[in-house]
Design a protein around this ligand. Structure first.
Ligand code: SAH
Ligand code: DHB
Ligand code: MG
Length: 227
């Protein structure tokens, strides 16, 4: 029998309780975001923990996030970094950035995280032209239509062996009838990219299933590799 929506919710609660319990800073980041009237579209706790572990596995020192909202995913990711680590997060809405800034302060992450306010693509172009040092991991989670452009623009900012991870790549890509849907195009671009080896992992959210597309950048020694 197919799992119902409430089964999925129960699985997510089970996983989060055991492996991704929220402390005060994460809980208030989520609640303050809602209180400010912003949409409740942050990653789930279990997905936040997955992002954090991915960053730890590659020993990330520098992380780039596109789409801050209230800084909930930012906190999970920034906690993967040591005291000398750095996370840059890009947000178009100054009100969102202001809420995130307070949430990050409460989490004690003001020194680790820099919020840049503006359209993501413009900020990426600026960073490229100012020779920003490369990142170990890039998390794409802003407007879905721009996902393919974020990939093309941000990939030069990712080190070889680094990860590019994109949220919300599953239900719409399959169920939305538009062939040009941003996530659908992103998935196809990533799937055929010569420098990326990837897998789309289904993840649990409060409102059901979503997808996290994880891509490893490999530009060296590709001749021997088939995937
Ligand atoms: N990563 C967050 C959720 C981000 S929601 C979390 O999981 O906690 C998506 C965010 O992207 C919103 O805050 C929205 O304002 C922002 N956004 C939308 N278009 C953007 C653009 N062109 N450039 C930068 N940010 C954008
Ligand atoms: C939605 C969810 C997200 O994680 C996001 O980044 C944007 C929108 C949503 O459920 O609508
Ligand atoms: Mg998202």
């Amino acid at each position: 029998m197919a799992d119902t929506r409430s089964d999925l919710h129960a699985y997510d609660r089970y996983i989060s309780k055991l492996f991704a319990p929220e402390d005060g800073a994460l809980e208030s980041a989520r609640k303050e975001t809602v209180r400010a009237g912003m949409p409740e579209i942050n990653v789930s706790a279990s997905e936040g923990k997955l992002l954090q572990i991915l960053a730890q596995i590659i020993n990330a020192k520098r992380i780039l996030e596109i789409g801050t909202l209230g800084g909930y995913s930012t906190i999970w990711l920034a906690r993967a970094l040591g005291p000398d680590g750095k996370l840059v997060t890009l947000e178009i809405d100054p009100d969102h950035a202001a809420v995130a800034s307070r949430n990050l302060e409460r989490a004690g992450l003001t020194k680790t995280v820099q919020i840049k306010v503006g359209p993501g693509l413009d900020l990426l172009a600026q960073m490229l032209s100012h020779s920003e040092p490369q990142f170990d991991m890039i998390f794409i989670d802003a407007d879905k239509e721009s996902y393919p452009k974020y990939l093309r623009t941000a990939l030069p900012l990712l080190r070889d062996g680094g990860l590019v991870v994109a949220d919300n790549t599953l239900p719409d890509a399959v169920l939305d009838s538009r062939a040009d849907h941003g996530a659908k195009r992103y998935n196809a671009d990533v799937g055929t990219h010569p420098d990326l080896t990837s897998i789309l992992v289904p993840v649990l959210r409060t409102r059901g299933i979503d997808g996290l597309l994880i891509s490893l950048k490999r530009t060296e020694g590709k001749g021997r590799r088939r995937n």
